[in-house]
Design a protein around this ligand. Sequence first.
Ligand SMILES: Cc1cc2nc3c(=O)[nH]c(=O)nc-3n(C[C@H](O)[C@H](O)[C@H](O)COP(=O)(O)OP(=O)(O)OC[C@H]3O[C@@H](n4cnc5c(N)ncnc54)[C@H](O)[C@@H]3O)c2cc1C
Length: 389
Amino acid sequence: MPKPEFDAIVIGAGSVGNPTAYFLGREGLRVLVIDELASSGQGQNKAAIGGVRATHSDPAKIRLCELSLDVYSHWKESTGTDIGWKHGGYCFPAFDETVESTLQKLLPIQKSYRLNIDWLSAEGIEHVVPGINKNGLRGGTYSPDDGQVNPLRASESFTNEARRFHAEYRYREAVTSLVMEDHTVTGVRTDQGEYHAPLVINAAGVHASRICAMAGLDIPILPDSHEGGISAPVKEFLGPLVVDLRPGPEGKTTNFYFGQDADGQIIFCYTPRSPISGENRNSTYEFMPIVAARLVEVMPRLKNLTIRRVWRGLYPMTPDGSPIVGKAPHVEGLLLGIGMCGQGFMLGPGVAMNLASLAVHGKPTIDSEVFDLLSPARDLLGGKRESLK
Ligand SMILES: Cc1cc2nc3c(=O)[nH]c(=O)nc-3n(C[C@H](O)[C@H](O)[C@H](O)COP(=O)(O)OP(=O)(O)OC[C@H]3O[C@@H](n4cnc5c(N)ncnc54)[C@H](O)[C@@H]3O)c2cc1C
């Protein structure tokens, strides 16, 4: 067996791969990161609107996102780099009984995990979301400790910090197979060479199934596309990221989200009612008319907003809607940080810390029983686990 040149190889310089390289490097490991694209964050990381919240109902997502919030909110202090952290919280307003009851049912679960979230009256919501449409507003939840980050800046900064810990990045290089000895992964082959390490981490986003297949594993991660957009900056007026859970009146959308980022830009996206499978990333003609109507309906004062850019990206979806994190089943030397669905940016640092801890200390940083909820060995076809995005 060739002597390994690295302690760990990370496949994918995205929302999960970059923080993983950083935390492994911080532990003193010699890390190689390989990405088939031209630079870090060019996969789905740059498609994210940057919402980061711990207020889920799934304990594993809660604990991982608490870690991410801690990392993102202290990043400037610890590295000196501004990644656009905004401590604005999340707000889920309720305009109908169905949404109110969904949110009210979740609250005791969220509070049982000691999350800072409460029900506010309609007046309370108007206070935290100035200019929200008062018509039919019944109140809503507000979680002030959640926030937003700029995904492009975060990915660049994680890369720079990982390099400071001697991580090596190879771009425009695709992993084509895994080097294996019996059931142990000992390296990767790319379209340009072969590299060896006792540990390989699959953080390949929407292409993660292909990497799994190289180790003989059948783990379904399917791309599902979502569009987003961003306006020109306006004077700061909005703290939280706002999530409207009502189905859109046009019949094509469910959840709709928007917020104002640290640069003053309004950033927004929605969830299509019927999932759009596949890797097509061309913007559609219907996105902007639908999203503009929803924006103005929830916040009439946004009617004169100038839209600067729209895009379409992919969620790496799992059959049960939860990420797949941990040791690959039946194979040694392979860790998985895959299937992040619509929350890979907020999960990234938390997942990365746990993967690094598994690699170096043999156990996750969060409670093992909670971590195991995301186990690659779980029954993936056992049904969707969390209804709220
Ligand atoms: C419109 C929209 C809005 C979103 N908003 C949010 C949000 O507010 N908050 C949030 O948390 N999430 C959000 N997301 C989801 C988030 O973008 C994804 O969940 C996340 O980026 C996935 O991270 P990842 O590391 O798994 O994949 P990626 O970031 O895509 O990284 C995977 C990398 O692996 C590389 N790769 C793949 N195969 C190979 C190979 N064979 N060889 C070499 N390299 C390879 C790819 O090039 C890519 O760079 C949003 C997504 C969209 C589309």
